[in-house]
Design a protein around this ligand. Structure first.
Ligand code: PMP
Length: 443
């Protein structure tokens, strides 16, 4: 859509944004294709973060465009409660084939945040069906689990929760796993403390009673707080303790799902099978809002089996759960992943990506740390003028220098599309460095 500069930007209250600052210096995308975005002044940008880790197959993939357009002529909306359409069943089946073996049930939502809150409710329904009361959830410092009230309650990011007081009670936090004394670790995974940090859960179980803890939520790689890979042994030890106390383990794979770690899900990369997985983003290549929650078969059986036939067994769902347009996009995306071998392409690009970042940016005087996990990296700059100030300024400047990158505080999260080539990776690193150099030279 063309940008009409006479239109006021005032009416749209933008999410997670400095509304006033943005509206004085708007940066609008008016077209996108493949790895490129085009801004309203006619400039071309390379997409260094796949949007918000959404579009690994590239922007405006024709197969998705066609599938959604066709869907819009067949049926555009179908009531999802006690009714349905073939697209959602087909998509759930395709997703379940990518999941760990015992996970063959998928509940549809419209976003990552809804997936997290849905997962919390599945956990509650499961324990209720088992006749147990488990009032506590466990999450982790520096976690991001979306913005709905359940996810905010699990959030370990202070700013995301400090003014929102009506959070879910009974959430306990594991320590985060980032050790600032260990920087630029090859492969991103610290050899130290993985088991010890996970043993926080053991201490909680000892203190509060393991049978009072319903579930542990973790991002296998904490994404939104700077791409923090788990230290070696951490996820495995969490699984072990969960098994010991019958606690459910939930992986929030909203970012890591569908290939970003070089495997379909991070669960496979780390060889740890959670009980529940949340997902969104790449599910439709970011084209239509959609999320999903997958759970182990026995969780589904327990919840669904808890009610007499003919009665609703899980009082939860969205008007747009399994929306036809989203399913059309999701089904097309699953085919693209297969036909274009996207997960393998991600896996193949990962070593080059890590080397390019380390060779091109390590040692730069503005860079504090680089952490690479799969095709995602946290590139942290030294803070200046207060936490996040420099990151916010850099995000703006990079945009006008032709690189779209997501900053969270002073961490850039670089996450190329899986269709990116080595040349694109070099270009991302080169442009990133150029903006840093320019800022150093000119303030
Ligand atoms: N969980 C994780 C791990 C995420 O990274 C995000 C979004 N970045 C969410 C949940 C929330 O997803 P959404 O913004 O689609 O609601």
């Amino acid at each position: 859509m063309a940008y009409d500069a006479t239109n006021s930007l005032e009416a749209h209250w933008m999410p997670f944004s400095d509304n006033r600052g943005f509206k004085e210096d708007p940066r609008l995308v008016v077209r996108a294709e493949g790895v490129h975005l085009y801004d309203h002044r006619g400039g071309q940008l390379l997409d260094g973060s796949s949007g918000l880790f959404c579009s690994p197959a590239g922007h405006c993939h024709p197969k998705i465009a066609e599938a959604v357009a066709k869907q819009m002529t067949e049926y555009t909306y179908v009531m999802p409660f006690q009714a349905g359409h073939p697209g959602s069943f087909k998509l759930a089946e395709k997703i379940s084939r990518m999941l760990p073996e015992q996970m063959n049930h998928v509940f549809f939502t419209n976003s990552g945040s809804e997936s997290v809150d849905t997962a919390m409710k599945i956990v509650m329904a499961y324990w209720n069906a088992r006749g147990e009361t488990r009032p506590r959830f466990v999450s982790r410092e520096r976690a991001y689990h979306g913005v709905n009230i359940g996810g905010v309650s699990l959030s370990g990011m202070v700013k995301n929760r400090d003014i929102f007081h009506a959070t879910v009670p009974g959430v306990m936090m594991l320590r985060h796993t980032y050790d600032p004394s260990e920087t630029f670790i090859p492969g991103g995974h610290s050899e130290h403390n993985g088991v010890e940090l996970a043993n926080d859960l053991e201490r909680m179980a000892q203190t509060y009673g393991g049978n009072n803890i319903a579930a542990v939520f973790v991002e296998p790689v904490a994404g939104s707080t700077g791409a923090l890979p788990p230290p070696k042994g951490y996820l495995q030890q969490l699984r072990k303790i969960c098994d010991q106390y019958g606690i459910l383990l939930v992986f929030d794979e909203v970012i890591t799902g569908f290939g970003r770690m070089g495997t379909a899900f991070a669960a496979q990369k780390y060889d740890v099978e959670p009980d529940i997985i949340t997902m969104a983003k790449a599910l439709t290549n970011g084209s239509i809002p959609m999320g999903a929650v997958a759970c182990r078969d026995d969780i589904y059986e327990t919840v669904v089996g808890s009610s007499k036939r003919g009665l609703t067994e899980f009082f939860h769902g969205y008007t747009y759960s399994g929306h036809p347009a989203a399913c059309a996009a999701g089904n097309a995306m699953m085919e693209i992943i297969e036909e274009e071998d996207l997960i393998q392409r991600s896996a193949d690009l990962i070593p080059y990506f890590e080397d390019a970042l380390m060779d091109g940016l390590k040692g730069h005087e503005m860079i504090k740390d680089i952490r690479v996990a799969g095709l995602m990296a946290g590139v942290e700059v030294h803070a200046e003028g207060g936490p996040g100030m420099r990151g916010t300024e850099l995000q703006k400047r990079m945009f006008w220098d032709g690189l779209s990158v997501k900053f969270t505080g002073d961490n850039a999260i670089i996450a190329p599309q899986f269709i990116a080539t080595r040349d694109h990776v070099d270009e991302i690193v080169g442009r990133f460095r150029k903006t840093l150099d320019h800022m150093l030279a000119n303030g």
